[in-house]
Design a protein around this ligand. Structure first.
Ligand code: F6R
Length: 261
């Protein structure tokens, strides 16, 4: 796992956008896995800037989002489809027919989950999967103790996750308690993973994900098995890492071709 510590979330997001943009420049028809939540917002703003000012071209890019709430249509303001539309898609030249978010109002959710997996395979697999990290160590909506080999499925959100995400819904009671999410196995199949985690609330989860045992209690720790996972942190989220100085040392001593910027 490549661990990069930046002074601020701002610097981390700019770096994350740079990595994502380099994947698209190298392969204009790249397949990118996307995340929602607070963490990638600044990264999406930077991608929009790169599109407007540097001509970053999304016209051939295909995207697959990690997850969606069960019961919310894509037009619902709290749905993840709506989030993507507002925070990224409508600002760039992406072909919306190439953007995929699980359908939370599908008549048969099991069929929807299987179809989502099949669509990822048909697109040639995911080149780079962007991820955030839940305070409880979840990736996608794969909550602690779920299978580390899971595929896209219906997951029940933990009380911690409901509490963390309820502000936008007004109260926990108004929040869907279920989500469709790529499984941990689906995420690990991506050719590259790029996880961003910032702020003091993520310290414990980051510590376990990077240095703790590989364990279903922290689904993010499954990234320890991934051959090409990059984790971008800020000083706050990295505060609990025993080997922080080692990661900084490695960062300073990379060959030019190993640097992201
Ligand atoms: C979002 C997702 C979640 C979030 C995680 C962190 O699509 O899959 O795993 O990445 O809950 O959320 P924030 O970024 O709001 O702290």
């Amino acid at each position: 796992m490549e661990v990069i510590i930046r002074d601020s979330a701002e610097a981390g997001c700019v770096l994350g956008a740079k990595i994502l943009a380099s994947v698209i420049r190298e392969k204009p028809a790249a397949v990118i896995g996307l995340a929602t939540g607070r963490t990638p917002l600044r990264l999406y703003q930077e991608l929009i800037r790169l599109h407007r000012e540097d001509g970053l071209d999304f016209s051939q890019v295909t995207t697959f989002n990690l997850d969606e709430y069960v019961g919310l249509a894509g037009t619902h303001v709290q749905s993840y489809r709506y989030f993507m539309q507002e925070n990224l898609f409508r600002h760039i030249n992406i072909d919306l027919t190439r953007t995929h978010v699980p359908n939370g109002i599908a008549i048969d959710l099991h069929v929807e989950c299987r179809a989502y997996e099949e669509k990822i395979i048909a697109a040639g697999g995911i080149d780079l999967q962007l991820l955030g990290l839940g305070r409880n160590g979840h990736i996608g909506f794969n909550e602690p103790t779920g299978s580390l080999r899971s595929r896209t499925w219906i997951k029940i959100l933990s009380e911690q996750t409901l509490r963390d995400n309820s502000d936008v819904f007004g109260s926990m009671d108004l929040m869907p308690k279920h989500a469709l999410t790529m499984g941990v196995g689906t995420i690990l199949d991506a050719r590259r993973c790029l996880l961003l985690a910032f702020g003091p609330a993520k310290v414990r989860a980051v510590e376990h994900m990077v240095e703790g045992p590989l364990a279903a209690i922290c689904p993010g720790s499954a990234l320890q098995l991934h051959p090409r996972a990059t984790v971008i942190l800020d000083e706050n989220s990295a505060a609990g890492l025993r080997y922080a100085d080692h990661y900084r040392w490695v960062d300073r001593n990379k060959f030019a071709w190993q640097r992201h910027g």
